[in-house]
Design a protein around this ligand. Structure first.
Ligand code: IMP
Length: 189
């Protein structure tokens, strides 16, 4: 990458998230460095709290370079009172897309939102940036791109799921919005 302004360490084991964020920050001269460290995830209702606590625990890890980020995200479905929410990874592994569709069987109201909270720590200040995108849950699995719940999520105002149209995802996803807020804050000098 020509003209690296900043090396940013992304602590994650999810390479889908890593690649998405890498694509978003690279044009701003930020080199994202994959840091596959494991950290405990607290039980909390909001992605913001999970991300904040993850940063707090990682800030104590010796040798972890700064600035670093973590990201916590999830799919919040209104008809299921916000489930799977911060348990999205677990629910995906346990019941998958078919399980979510089964829970939604007969539900007329299909509104949902994806939430992404990025926790950022530069050694002095902890900041959390949250992005959301509203949409609906499809009635069937649609598309093959992306990961996890992308084939079920149709962003508001569009006809395609994220998995059917990755350009749509990269333009208006929850993660894109959280990254934009972070960039605004850290590149403002
Ligand atoms: P965590 O942030 O590691 O707890 O995991 C979040 C989980 O939410 C992921 O493993 C996915 O199951 C789901 N998720 C978060 N963001 C996305 C996305 O952009 N597309 C599809 N599923 C997502």
């Amino acid at each position: 990458m020509a003209g690296v302004r900043l090396r940013l360490y992304f602590v994650t084991s999810n390479m889908h998230k890593f690649r998405e964020v890498q694509e978003m920050v690279a044009p701003h001269g930020i080199m994202l460095v994959h840091t596959p460290l494991h950290y405990p995830e607290v039980r909390a209702e909001s992605c913001e709290e999970v991300a904040r606590e993850a940063v707090r625990s990682l800030a104590r890890v010796r040798g972890l370079k700064r600035p670093f980020i973590v990201e916590d995200s999830g799919l919040f479905i209104d008809a299921l009172n916000g489930f799977p929410g911060t348990y999205s990874k677990w629910a995906y592994e346990k019941i998958g897309l078919k399980g979510i569709l089964a829970l939604m069987r007969g539900a007329r109201a299909r509104s949902a939102r994806f939430v992404s909270s990025i926790g950022y720590y530069d050694g002095r200040r902890l900041r959390v940036f949250t992005g959301t995108v509203d949409g609906t849950i499809a009635k069937r699995i649609r598309g093959e791109s992306g990961f996890a719940y992308d084939p079920l999520f149709i962003p508001k105002g569009y006809k395609f799921s994220f998995a059917e149209n990755m350009t749509l995802k990269s333009t208006l996803s929850h993660r894109k919005r959280a990254v934009e807020l972070m960039l605004k804050s850290i590149l403002m000098k």
